[in-house]
Design a protein around this ligand. Sequence first.
Ligand SMILES: [Zn+2]
Length: 338
Amino acid sequence: MQNRYSRQQLFTPIGQSGQVSIQQKHALIIGVGALGSASAEALVRAGIGKLTLIDRDYVEWSNLQRQQLYTEQDAQEKMPKVIAAKKRLQEINTEVEINVAIMDACIETLLPLLKDVDVMVDATDNFDVRFLMNDLAQKYRIPWVYGSCVGSYGATYTIVPGKTPCLHCLLKAIPQTGITCDTVGIISPTVQIVAAYQVAEVLKLLVGDDKALRKSYLTFDVWQNQHYEINVDKMRQADCPSCGNAPTYPYLSYENQTKLQILCGRDAVQIRPPKPIYYQFEQLAHQLRSYGEIQMNPYLLSCQADDYRIVIFQDGRVVIHGIQDIQKAKTIYYRLLG
Ligand SMILES: [Zn+2]
């Protein structure tokens, strides 16, 4: 195994000392779907010292088209993603210490995982978790790399506490486009491009080459051949509640978390966002039409899927009928509404 990392060490910005540094570092990847699989594999091949993976889902057939760590057997056995991922990753590199957590990413589960973490990788599918990561990153001074993709469109941005504007500065409030991979689809090149940019940034952070970090917010559409870099230099807000002069870290507080509750005797779970979300029902109906039969009136939109019915109210409150499992409800919610 002597020359395992030789090609990476020949690359001058890494070199031998960079390789030693990579092997002493710990990355936390939040979500092990498509982006998380790609990042985890690349970091394990690069010889990262320690990797922690957190994900609440199990492998499904629809994942295999782009989630590169999983096999048909994993889907057949409904294997939890982190378990299947760890098995495959250890086959690739036995030297890496890999810790996994089959859990929903929330403040209670993420906080204990942050110990000695050098960098966090965003491979989640929703903004609730991203804003939580954003506040954790600022409070505990951990850099993180945002990444998102849907269809042929991707975006990524590197956040270094104290140096760059945070995600809150850039997006101000949680964007609610209602567009997700489960409603408009996703192609694997989109994933690979976002993950490649994320891993490059992680490697720069791990070897301490801060000067090389990309300072812009990058977006692209690989199908439409578009590529944009947005200059964020002036976007840092002095009064930002996450990274400003007097931070309150709003997404670490209970009031700002999306709340789920089993509705007693109704075989249903209610989901309440922290702030009202006013969806455009017409647009939402269009996005959800492949999921099931849509019914709509001025007060609510209902979508009847195969084994559950999701009802979205005017203020963003959602009730999913036909299930009593909070985790499953959460999965459906973020899949359909992002
Ligand atoms: Zn900020």
